[in-house]
Design a binder for this molecule. Structure first.
Ligand code: SF4
Length: 348
């Protein structure tokens, strides 16, 4: 992509951020009454709560308590498709709600906020992406799950970070050259580890992009025995320091498997709810984003995930607000690419 195009991607994300009012204070304090009302509303509306690891811990707790799920985007999609509830309440960001709707069109899908999106999605507009693909007609198009339904419909494959390496390895062994979008860091990580012929779109996650190698090395001096766990949306210099690189669910499994007592974790801090719950005897430290000194100054919270809170969750269930609707032809195209991913996992 040329420099002019790169600045377009950055501008789109910046403009979106400037136009949306959010802050960490969007994460509300616990309210037993609010939680009780959410539980009641879920039952009354035959709805199930599907939450991502990066959402407010109170939302994650409620999802588990009410028979829903807390997971990564792949398992969220699978769970929604197999659950018998008529209404899926997706606490996460827009592409997760769209994926749920595409895979289960017979169900209604609602989200607490209709503004919760993702810098990767914003930075990969469907028309520009389609034009980009047109330049390389012989390449297989593989896109990350963090994209709009229209971008998924333009692709041959959709992957999540938990199976990206496996799928690209498979395609590489089949002799295919590829276009990868939108995360350039994840693309670079996959390219290095598979040797596959990939052209990368220039997108990034504004949360993971901020982790700094220097800050992690300084924190490691404080906890020399700590294992460093890194999500591959992080820059190459951070990935190079990792004892383990993987998706959110793979990071949790690695922390369970490794015998270390301390861990430095480079992903959204929302994951600590699940890590602390599953491993109460271990200590987790968020990787710094500021890069100087041993004190963690990371914000490491996705501003769009933080738009999900208990109040708008209750409102969305009671009022059936922010319903996800996906155009029929786009949904059909996206479903083909998504189904390849779901079938691929089942056979490996
Ligand atoms: S953490 Fe990054 S990749 Fe995940 S939703 Fe937020 S901006 Fe997107």
């Amino acid at each position: 992509m040329d420099l002019n195009k790169q600045s377009v991607q950055k501008r789109l994300v910046r403009e979106h951020l400037e136009n949306i009012k959010f802050s960490q204070s969007d994460r509300v304090a616990s309210s037993p009454e609010l939680e009780y009302n959410i539980e009641t509303a879920l039952k009354k509306n035959n709805a199930v709560l599907i939450a991502h690891y990066y959402t407010d811990p109170k939302i994650q707790e409620l999802a588990e308590k009410t028979g829903g799920i807390v997971s990564d985007s792949l398992e969220m999609a699978r769970f929604g498709a197999s659950h018998r509830a008529d209404n899926l309440i997706v606490a996460g960001v827009r592409f997760m709600g769209e994926t749920a709707k595409i895979l289960t069109p017979e169900k209604r899908v609602f989200m607490p906020s209709d503004e919760a999106t993702c810098s990767l999605d914003i930075g990969c507009p469907p028309i520009e992406f389609s034009n980009f693909c047109d330049k390389y007609p012989d390449r297989t198009i593989v896109v990350y799950a963090n994209t709009s339904a229209a971008v998924k419909a333009r692709a041959d494959w959709v992957v999540t970070s938990s199976i990206a390496l496996d799928v690209i390895n498979y395609l590489d062994e089949c002799g295919e050259s590829m276009i990868w979008a939108p995360d350039k860091y994840l693309g670079s990580y996959i390219k290095k580890n598979t040797g596959a012929d990939m052209i990368l779109w220039d997108g990034s996650c504004i949360v993971h992009e901020e982790f700094k190698a220097k800050g992690i090395l300084d924190l490691k001096k404080v906890y020399p025995d700590a294992a460093i766990l890194v999500h591959p949306e992080s820059p190459d210099s951070v990935v190079e320091l990792a004892d383990f690189v993987g998706s959110t669910s793979q990071i949790i499994s690695a922390a369970k498997r490794l015998s270390n007592e301390n861990f430095i974790v480079a992903t959204d801090a929302g994951i600590f709810y699940k890590m602390n719950q599953m491993m109460p005897g271990k200590n987790f430290y968020i990787a710094p984003t500021a890069g100087s000194g041993a004190t963690c100054r990371s914000c490491a919270n996705c501003p769009w995930m933080a738009m999900n809170n208990l109040e708008n969750l209750l409102f969305c269930i009671e009022h059936k607000s922010n319903e996800i609707v996906v155009d029929g032809s786009i949904a059909a195209g996206a479903k083909k690419s998504l189904n390849k991913m779901l079938s691929f996992r089942k056979t490996t």
